[in-house]
Ligand binder design. Structure first.
Ligand code: KDG
Length: 313
């Protein structure tokens, strides 16, 4: 069984070439994206094992994703081909920084039909970490049920549950996102959130107060990414600051949180402490944003250069 199991929707990404607004884009490059598959790919590249529970359409984009996941070494035994629906697609521009325009074509997609029936108890409880995101419960009622069912299955077997809120306000209203994700955070052991997401979930504008408010929901560990200023960790009541990784040119900031999560998990699966895992996560995020696409630049363990702490030993 893979060490990390995740649940969500991989998609084909059509990334606009050039730097203008999406409405003016006339040519696109095709990538594979999706927060959860990004994390699974990242963990495998870093030398650990990961698998994804999902559904893909019986179409060429579904095959592109399946072959890519297999090629990366992600466990695809729990990927179901659903002939009733298509693989999700999304478009976005590539402006490098600032607001990124996203256009989803995923309503009614194969992955939006994921349900608790897609979860094998042996698979979920055989993992060391179950990584959930706030995207999957936003996709459909059955996806939401499956997300909560995965959290409960893992918890009942004392498998660590991690939540990255990954708030996507194009998928659901802020009030609903807040309510559902607070509930999910209460069922997680670890929450890995961006500062803006932590604020949305707690109403606290200061990361330290937001971390405490998130921990009050239940998780024993909270990590807040501070967008270029490192991260803040909270565990056993202790707050710590982790310095940012060496600055990188942010060519494509989308996927930074997934790269962080992949590095964090891979380091923890190697037995690293919270502070080192956070350094590794920040390093992976800095590397990932320097290339176009969500997961193309995700590093191997050997690619990680010492940055403040020697993360490789
Ligand atoms: O974290 C990166 C994701 O946002 C991207 O890959 C697409 O999964 C995606 C989503 O739902 O926005």
């Amino acid at each position: 069984m893979p060490e990390l199991v995740t649940l969500g929707e991989p998609m084909v990404l059509l990334l606009a070439e050039g730097s203008g607004p999406l409405r003016e884009a006339t040519s696109f490059r095709r990538f594979i994206a999706g927060a959860e598959s990004n994390v699974a790919i990242g963990v495998v590249r870093l030398g650990r094992t990961a698998g994804i529970v999902t559904r893909l359409g019986d179409d060429e984009f579904g095959r592109a994703i399946l072959f890519r996941l297999r090629g990366e070494g992600v466990d695809t035994t729990q990927v179901r081909i659903d002939p009733q629906a298509r693989t999700g697609v999304y478009f976005r521009d590539a402006r490098g920084s600032g607001r990124v325009e996203v256009l989803y074509y995923r309503h009614g997609s194969a992955a939006s039909r994921i349900s608790p029936d897609d979860l094998s108890p042996e698979y979920v409880t055989g993992a060391r970490v179950v990584h959930l995101t706030g995207i999957t419960p936003a996709l459909s009622p059955s996806c939401r049920e499956a997300t909560f069912a995965a959290a409960e299955m893992a918890r009942s077997a004392k498998v660590e549950v991690t939540l990255d809120p990954n708030v996507r306000l194009r998928l659901w209203p802020a009030d609903e996102a807040r309510r559902v994700l607070r509930d999910l955070a209460g069922r997680a052991d670890v929450v890995l959130a961006g500062a803006d997401e932590a604020e949305l979930l707690t109403g606290e504008t200061e990361p330290e107060a937001a971390a405490k408010a998130l921990a009050a929901l239940g998780p024993s560990t909270v990590v807040i990414r501070l967008a270029g200023r490192g991260a803040l960790t909270l565990a056993e009541g202790q707050i710590a600051q982790v310095k940012p990784s060496a600055p990188a040119v942010a060519l494509d900031p989308v996927g930074a949180g997934d790269a962080f999560a992949a590095g964090f998990h891979a380091a923890r699966l190697r037995g690293r402490a919270l502070a080192t895992a956070t350094v590794v996560g920040l390093r992976c995020a800095a590397i990932a944003v320097a290339s176009l696409g969500d997961c193309e630049a995700l590093p191997s363990w050997d690619d990680l250069q010492p940055s403040g702490a020697d993360v490789r030993r």
